[in-house]
Write a protein that binds this ligand. Structure first.
Ligand code: PHE
Ligand code: NA
Length: 437
């Protein structure tokens, strides 16, 4: 095995992890779920899920990666638990599965950046989405997006991923702030903020049954957990960084982008008087309703390019992290350079993504299986391993670089052992119930 790569800098690691975390989950799902589930009341709930369940689970993945400096499958063997490699394999497969259709959505976004510049969807936003999101055009766009992802990952951890995400993450933040300032000038701004954030406890209580599993599932998805990403990225951490601080920065920035997204999207939608309901919050709505907004505000082309440009950057930096998981596994185990591995794996992803590109019904199916089955199962198994099998060793690894955790170490361990395990079990049960029963 060749010398393993590492991040050049600590911010490089944090920015790459933020690049992975910040994606469609923040730019679309978070604002929509907030708006349709009780506004500010929901945000409180979501923050609790992220802090109590997502954050501890992220630290568990960091511990696995930094302790072993190897890919997410072999990490278990390196720790002396060969039979647990299946858990790593499940996580890698989950990532591969998700990336197959994530590339398809990435392809749509690519089309929308180009389409915004030409005002291509201004006349008929719904018709444009139909043409772009399925069939041969979607396959072509999928291939283009995938080629970009493969290109960046081929360049390596430092020259490819670190360099790219160091540019991408600050751009996302800056452009989102710029968009948020611009929308204050729209006539629908006040109504938009109201809709996004006004607390509605009644709405929250009425939807409690769907909010709890969503908040937990979203905490994993939004933080890119359960796909071996954070294990892989932390395996490239060279020194003894303070993983608790790094994890905190990732979680806070990820949430901030979600809030910014809501502050941008709703003023646009309410300016054109779009009907906003739970049902209209699906993936298609990002492309239809927001696009309709750009078609009818001043400088719509310019702001459309910026907005979909941000979505494209966010989707790219997430897709990179997913591809890296599989490339890292193959690169650790076979003497084949990543410049060969990335394109070969890319072809596999392209083929698996074909049904999703051809028909959005397939995309939805792939997504539900990932969300309700693979992701919670994978997080559950990883949490049990780190919490119950590694136990005190995990706390010792987490402590490295923190200058002492005090009682925080065992608080973390027992949160993993009980709170996270119970919450994931409940989510899994609800997910299986919805998928199969
Ligand atoms: N965390 C990303 C988001 O919130 C989604 C993602 C999923 C990224 C899987 C990478 C892998 O959109
Ligand atoms: Na996210």
């Amino acid at each position: 095995m060749a010398d393993r790569e590492t991040w050049a800098t600590r911010p490089g690691f944090v920015l790459a992890a933020i690049g992975s975390a910040v994606g469609l989950g923040n730019l679309w799902q978070f604002p929509f779920k907030t708006a349709t589930n009780g506004g500010a009341a929901f945000v409180v709930f979501y923050l609790l899920a992220v802090a109590l369940i997502g954050f501890p689970a992220m630290l568990a993945e960091f511990v696995l990666g930094r302790r072993t400096h190897v890919n997410a499958v072999d990490a278990f063997e390196r720790l002396g638990h060969r039979q647990w490699r299946a858990v790593g394999a499940l996580a890698v497969l989950t990532g591969f599965w998700i990336l197959s259709y994530y590339n398809v959505v990435g392809g749509w976004v690519l089309r929308y950046v180009l389409g915004s510049a030409r005002g291509a969807y201004f006349g008929d936003p719904a018709g444009y989405f139909g043409a772009v999101s399925a069939g041969p055009e979607a396959v072509l766009a999928q291939a283009l997006f995938l080629a970009l992802v493969v290109g960046i990952v081929s360049l390596g951890v430092e020259d490819g991923i670190e360099t790219a995400t160091k540019l991408m993450v600050p751009s996302i933040l800056l452009l989102m702030v710029a968009l948020a300032v611009w929308v204050t000038t729209l006539p629908g701004a006040g109504a938009g903020y109201d809709f996004f954030l006004s607390p509605d406890l009644g709405e929250m209580v009425a939807n409690a049954g769907s909010i709890i599993p969503f908040a937990v599932g979203q905490a994993f998805f939004t933080l890119s957990l359960g796909m071996a990403i954070m294990v892989t990225y932390s395996s490239y951490v060279g020194g003894d960084d303070n993983l608790v601080v790094d994890g905190g920065a990732i979680v806070v920035t990820n949430t901030l982008v979600g809030v910014l997204a809501g502050l941008v999207v709703f003023p646009i939608l309410l300016t054109i008087g779009a009907e906003i309901t739970t049902e209209s919050g699906g993936a298609g709505a990002l492309f239809v309703a927001t696009a309709a907004g750009f078609g009818s505000v001043p400088f719509g082309r310019l702001f459309g390019v910026v907005f979909f440009g941000v979505v494209l950057i966010a989707a790219l930096s997430s897709a990179i992290s997913l591809l890296e998981v599989t490339v890292a596994y193959a690169n650790d185990n076979y003497d084949v350079p990543r410049t060969v591995l990335a394109p070969v794996i890319g072809v596999g992803l392209f083929v698996l993504g074909l049904p999703s590109a051809w028909d959005t019904g397939w995309l939805t199916w792939f997504d539900s299986v990932a969300y309700q089955l693979f992701l919670p199962l994978s997080v559950l198994a990883t949490t049990i391993f780190v919490g119950w099998v590694l136990g005190a060793d995990a706390v010792a690894e987490l402590r490295e670089g923190t200058g002492g955790l005090g009682a925080g170490g065992s608080a973390w361990l027992w949160t993993l052992r009980v709170v996270v395990v119970v919450a994931v079990l409940a989510t899994l049960a609800l997910g299986i119930n919805e998928l199969f029963l």
